[in-house]
Design a protein around this ligand. Structure first.
Ligand SMILES: [Fe+2]
Ligand SMILES: [Fe+2]
Length: 188
């Protein structure tokens, strides 16, 4: 795989699809995921690419995203009812279509909003990178240290915060987030 070319192609696609503030977040997630992958001895180039693609469809219109999800996940009523969750799934499919990457390679993108039970370390890296990247208003200088010391403890913290926020917003909590929470708590 020619990573330099792939990166250039993804960046030019992103510039067509997302606003500059979002692009800043995306690049920041990509750098954070790359750093974490290096620390965990995983494929840092892959994580750089996953970071770049994770929000690819975030600014696509909700109706067209929903139409795809009605085909791919017809029974997932919680997903279909919560447009904030759409882009994780649609970005995963769009990335396969546009860049010829495999479902296996891209799978962490599927779980970056909800989490799930039994996340792989690759899934965990993207999930954490999306939340701790330095441009987030809630950024904390100790995030990277926390991720390295115990990525599971940090995930539990992020997940609890996200679930509470969803409840406070009066929205449904996706079962994958509950399964992720229960799985992480059981492993503490
Ligand atoms: Fe996202
Ligand atoms: Fe994101």
């Amino acid at each position: 795989m020619n990573f330099k070319q792939l990166e250039t192609d993804i960046l030019s696609e992103l510039k067509k699809r997302v606003a500059s503030k979002r692009l800043g977040h995306i690049i920041s997630v990509s750098k954070t995921a790359e750093k974490l992958a290096l620390h965990f001895n995983l494929d840092s180039q892959r994580h750089k690419i996953l970071g770049l693609l994770h929000d690819l469809c975030k600014e696509d219109d909700n109706q067209s995203q929903k139409e795809l999800l009605q085909v791919k996940f017809p029974k997932d009523q919680t997903l279909l009812a919560n447009s904030a969750l759409y882009h994780a799934k649609t970005s995963f499919f769009k990335s396969q279509e546009l860049f010829g990457l495999t479902a296996d390679y891209l799978s962490p993108i599927l779980w970056h909003t909800t989490g799930k039970a039994q996340m792989s370390v690759d899934d965990k890296i993207l999930y954490v990178a999306d939340y701790i990247e330095p441009l987030r208003t809630w950024h904390d200088k100790t995030f990277m240290k926390q991720a390295i010391e115990s990525i599971d403890a940090l995930i539990l913290k992020i997940l609890s915060h996200k679930i509470k926020y969803t409840i406070d917003s009066g929205k449904q909590v996706h079962p994958d987030s509950i399964h992720c929470y229960n799985f992480m708590i059981a492993g503490q």
